[in-house]
Design a binder for this molecule. Structure first.
Ligand SMILES: Cc1cc2nc3c(=O)[nH]c(=O)nc-3n(C[C@H](O)[C@H](O)[C@H](O)COP(=O)(O)OP(=O)(O)OC[C@H]3O[C@@H](n4cnc5c(N)ncnc54)[C@H](O)[C@@H]3O)c2cc1C
Length: 421
């Protein structure tokens, strides 16, 4: 069977790996980047805690010894499902089965101004761009000419109180406490403000009440101003206007308030559900198609336990990919396929050193604090791809643990190539 897998994220990568060296499958794996990205740790790259290479894994290296998986660096532009073709920026690919594992992108909900000025964090490159912006602001703060400009440069607004917004805000709070005053002794960091703006009444709204309350307490201990029941109305690159009417000067607004599925052109609008996700059956097959599958963040699968679709988390993507690998083998042998059922193993988030929350499924158990923080670190190390990456992350974390510092606050800017203007 000729498989075309689009997306080397948690789902696409897991599927290719599960079918690696299986002679029944001839696989092309395409991605717009030549590496797998570990999104849960983007925020540490953005705040100079980890190097981008620590959380990225080259796709070619993973399949160096593969006899049946070939990698192509390509951007999927359109699918021509009637002719079993995928059109990319490097040419067309045909397939017997197409697996869409393209994940999701930031959703700015159509606000052009916010799209233009706010920072998203859905790709490693964007995490680096955000790091550049944060660090560069402090360089500019040193030469600010007015109090208003200084205020804007030293204020960060994080929008969205889900795990990404909470983890990022916590990391910024720790930077302000331990790192930035040493880097910029001329600046008064009591003036640095960090806001976390959330539309609902609590942070970590998908976790237990205890985790929500504890995360807010942790954030406030780190000096984060948590603003709930409020949304961002406007942002022009200099100040933010909130639904309450409050105006906040800020040169860096980070948008972690929503995502939407990366559905390619050519997809039948009837296939698309809320959140721009592709409606799939329990075997991950896209509604009304015979040979197109969708996995992970892009897939909308309704089950008795998840009537509005599964949460967009790594574990769902990984497990859907494993189930599909087994089902494709079964299909070739005309055997009955297995319906996907997600087994939630719990959720967790960290706010910073010794500050994390862990929930077990069904609200059976909750714990927080130092032990939760160690659990969070261990699980992320296990999930990370590559032994070298794991070791590097462990070393970076250990170094930071003992020194309260890190040496990764680099600004990687565009620089003219000699001879080019
Ligand atoms: C900042 C952040 C923090 C997160 N933290 C957690 C966490 O702590 N725990 C957790 O479980 N989940 C977390 N998530 C969610 C988790 O990362 C996703 O649920 C998971 O990545 C989904 O896997 P996927 O394979 O569906 O998509 P992805 O992992 O996003 O992979 C999609 C791949 O498709 C590629 N692609 C997209 N469009 C195209 C195209 N047109 N052409 C070619 N290639 C394309 C992308 O480059 C990417 O490699 C976090 C997400 C973010 C953004």
């Amino acid at each position: 069977m000729k498989l075309l897998i689009v997306g080397g994220g948690f789902a696409g990568f897991t599927l290719a790996r599960a079918l690696n060296n299986d002679k029944d499958f001839d696989i092309v794996l395409i991605d717009r980047f030549n590496y797998h990205q570990f999104q849960p740790l983007f925020y540490q790259v953005a705040t100079g805690g980890l190097d981008a290479s620590n959380i990225s894994f080259p796709l070619r290296k993973a399949f160096q010894k593969s006899k049946n998986v070939r990698i192509r660096l390509a951007n999927l532009l359109e699918i021509d499902h009637e002719n079993n073709k995928a059109i990319t920026d490097i040419g067309e690919f045909d397939y017997d089965a197409l697996i869409l594992a393209t994940g999701a992108d930031t959703n700015f909900f159509g606000n052009e101004q916010i799209t233009k000025y706010a920072y998203p964090m859905k790709a490693t490159v964007q995490a680096i761009q955000l790091r550049n912006a944060i660090i560069e602001n402090f360089e500019n703060a040193l030469v600010a000419e007015t109090e208003e400009e200084l205020d804007s440069l030293m204020t960060v607004v994080v929008v969205g109180g889900g795990p990404t917004g909470v983890e990022l805000s916590g990391a910024l709070g720790e930077m302000r406490r331990w790192v930035l005053p040493k880097d910029y002794p001329e600046l008064d960091f009591r003036k640095m403000r960090i806001f976390l703006v959330e539309g609902s009444s609590k942070t970590l709204g998908t976790m237990s009440e205890k985790s929500s309350a504890q995360s807010r307490k942790y954030l406030e201990e780190l000096g984060i101003t948590v603003v709930t029941n409020t949304v961002v109305k406007e942002y022009n690159g200099k100040w933010v206007v909130l639904s309450s009417g409050q105006k906040i000067n800020s040169s860096v607004v980070i948008w972690a308030a929503g995502i939407k599925g990366n559905v390619p052109e050519g997809a039948n609008p009837k296939w698309i559900a809320r959140g721009n996700r592709l409606i799939v059956d329990r075997f991950s097959k896209v509604m009304g198609t015979e040979n197109i599958y969708a996995l992970g963040d892009i897939a909308h699968m309704e089950t008795e336990l998840y009537p509005s679709g599964h949460p967009q988390v790594a574990n769902v993507a990984i497990n859907q990919a494993k189930t599909l690998a087994g089902n494709l083998r079964k299909k070739l042998r005309n055997k009955d396929q297995v319906r996907f059922e997600y087994e939630d193993k719990g959720s967790l988030a960290t706010v910073g050193r010794y500050r994390a929350v862990v929930d077990f499924p069904g609200g059976k158990l909750h714990f927080g604090g130092a032990f939760a923080w160690f659990v969070w670190m261990s699980l992320h190390l296990i999930l990370l791809l590559g032994t070298k990456n794991r070791l590097q992350v462990l070393i970076n974390w250990a170094y930071k643990y003992f020194t309260y510092d890190q040496s990764l606050r680099l600004i990687f800017k565009e620089f003219n190539k000699p001879g080019k203007t």
